[in-house]
Design a protein around this ligand. Structure first.
Ligand SMILES: O=C(O)CCC(=O)C(=O)O
Ligand SMILES: [Fe+2]
Length: 288
């Protein structure tokens, strides 16, 4: 039997590619795994259409890439704690959605995620797209002067803005967000970790910008007030449209992003419609 080649169709010049000719519910051959892994490293986020996965098949695909994470603040699926249902109900009128501002996932960990595999189960008729941005490009397009400055810096990250006692999560609870997802606020979110501002990707060896507006608080040795202007510049720089792609979901679509070298944003433009996607997150390494 010959294995059909996987077709890789880039989505934009910046990042993203759709992979055709794969059924992720089946065990992958080594050749298929290698092609998917190659496309993942080359394009930073890869997409599949028309998949039908049980929770077990979703987990099995993710485990090919590493150990799986359990989100510390958002509740997993009953019986499958490694599956995080990302839900917004049609009658959820709260002000924010999960992942609704530019970020990379869980950079408040000592070892932030390698990547996540998000599988759409229910999608709005229009809206609810997700955007990704390429952090290699964000680094490479800086001036030599700023590259040099940032190369010597580390940054402090924590989860307090998202999950601390005075966070968006607390505000959303007051607005009644519990109808869609169970997310808890906790003082554990204050715990700080530090990462290099410029990180080297452990598989590609390329340098990239590794700060994000959700979880990065300040540069090590700088106050928040001193850090703010340079960080603000970086947020604007790294999410400029030319560095992004935008994915329109259908039921059965999957996105698998490299969380080490991308940021993403889930648009909240489908009020009154329901959206549900299941995320499985693969653990990563300590950034260097
Ligand atoms: O719902 C989405 O499209 C993405 C949400 C998000 O930020 C995530 O799953 O990490
Ligand atoms: Fe996210």
């Amino acid at each position: 039997m010959t294995v059909k080649d996987i077709e890789v169709r880039p989505l934009t010049s910046a990042l993203g590619a759709e992979l055709l000719g794969v059924d992720l519910s089946k065990p992958l051959s080594n050749k298929e795994f290698d092609s998917i892994h190659r496309a993942f490293l080359d394009h930073q986020v890869i997409f599949f259409r028309d998949q039908q996965l049980t929770p077990e098949q979703h987990l099995a695909f993710a485990r090919k890439f590493g150990e799986l994470d359990i989100h510390p603040f958002a509740a997993g699926l009953e019986g499958h704690p490694e599956i995080l249902p990302i839900v917004k109900e049609a009658d959820d009128h709260t002000s924010a959605n999960f992942g609704g501002s530019w970020h990379s996932d869980v950079t408040f960990y000592e070892k932030p995620a390698l990547g996540s595999i998000l599988y759409a189960l229910d999608v709005p008729k229009t809206g609810g797209d997700t955007l990704w941005a390429n952090m290699y490009l964000a680094y490479e397009t800086l001036s030599d002067g700023l590259k040099q400055t940032l190369d010597g810096l580390k940054a402090v990250h924590n989860a307090s803005r998202a999950y601390g006692l005075n966070s968006r999560t607390t505000q959303r609870h007051q607005e009644g967000a519990d109808i869609s997802m169970q997310v808890r606020a906790s003082e554990e979110a204050e715990e700080e970790v530090t990462h290099p501002v410029i990180r080297t990707h452990p598989e590609t060896g390329r340098k990239l910008l590794f700060v994000n507006a959700n979880f990065t608080r300040r540069f090590v040795g700088w106050s928040e007030k001193e850090s703010e202007p340079l960080l603000s510049f970086l947020w604007e720089h790294c999410t400029q449209p030319a560095f992004t792609c935008r994915f329109r979901w259908q039921k059965g679509s999957i996105a698998f992003w490299d969380n080490r070298c991308t940021q993403h944003l889930a648009l909240n433009d489908y009020h009154g419609q329901r959206r549900e996607a299941h995320r499985v997150t693969v653990c990563g390494d300590k950034p260097y």
